[in-house]
Design a protein around this ligand. Sequence first.
Ligand SMILES: NC(=O)c1ccc[n+]([C@@H]2O[C@H](COP(=O)([O-])OP(=O)(O)OC[C@H]3O[C@@H](n4cnc5c(N)ncnc54)[C@H](OP(=O)(O)O)[C@@H]3O)[C@@H](O)[C@H]2O)c1
Length: 298
Amino acid sequence: MSTRPPVPDAESGRHTDSGTGGSRTKTGAGAGTETGAGGGAGAGAGAGARADVARSRADGGRLGGRTIVLIGGGSGIGLRVAHQAVAAGARVVLGGRSPERLAAAAEPLGNAATWHTVDVTDRPSLASFFDRVERVDHLLTTAATYQVGPMRELSDEDAESPFVSKFWGQYHAVRLAAPKLAADGSVVLMSGAAGARPPGPAPAYAACNAALEGLARGLAVELAPVRVNVVSPGTVDGNLWQQRPAGTREAAFAQYRRDTLLHRLATEDEIADAVLFLFGNGYTTGSTLYPDGGYTLR
Ligand SMILES: NC(=O)c1ccc[n+]([C@@H]2O[C@H](COP(=O)([O-])OP(=O)(O)OC[C@H]3O[C@@H](n4cnc5c(N)ncnc54)[C@H](OP(=O)(O)O)[C@@H]3O)[C@@H](O)[C@H]2O)c1
């Protein structure tokens, strides 16, 4: 994985009709450093716009007027959730470390999107993020940067990185969001099908995903009537894998096509669809949804 420079200051933006970058307020709240997949702002609105409108009709208005916080929403799955949620009439607050990525992601979403920089591995940064968010109806945190590999090969620090970033990042995001969560709102935790069926030797990463499913069950009990669920995707042909070396990506994709019932990868929109279902369905809590093409079944 490539390394990113430190994020020196927390920044925020609100799209204006006349501008592309939004206004930014420097607060001086520091954000920490973390290694991460670099790259652009992910998929834009264009091609998916008509599908988004169709989904908005199917949503039955459940997300209209709601505020959905998407930490990691500057790219990939989170960005597709943002597009689908805005098409359904929601407002979105995007979070991530790169102000450039966030500004580019928010721009096509117009006045429905605001953004603030945040590093989920840095608690003061997360606290400062939630200080700026007035209300949370639904929360998804796709933000995570970690190393994956065999116990016998990874350094202790790399082995612990999924827990540091993906597990504790989401835990603290929920903790800080909790006082602002609407009683009829929800949290969707991001896991991964590798937690149920490891595709190769990466035990700490598998354990992290499995732990997130347990975390959701525990939080569903503690936070009720707020609903807490998990989305556990299979391999997605999207921004995350595009940042990885071509050889690694193609080998993983070939293995996934072979091992899953539908013999293809997921799209980011298919995972976003599953997230919107969990946001909107008022009687689902403590559950894990596997949009994985049948991978965990075989
Ligand atoms: N894609 C898949 O095949 C797949 C499958 C199963 C599970 N997942 C899970 O989905 C999540 C990744 O979502 P994605 O596929 O949409 O990847 P992605 O496009 O790389 O999105 C991750 C986003 O999180 C931000 N981010 C990373 N580290 C951060 C940190 N420490 N603090 C704040 N923001 C951070 C990144 O922006 P900055 O770099 O600008 O901060 C980026 O916008 C991970 O939890 C992954 O395990 C993905």
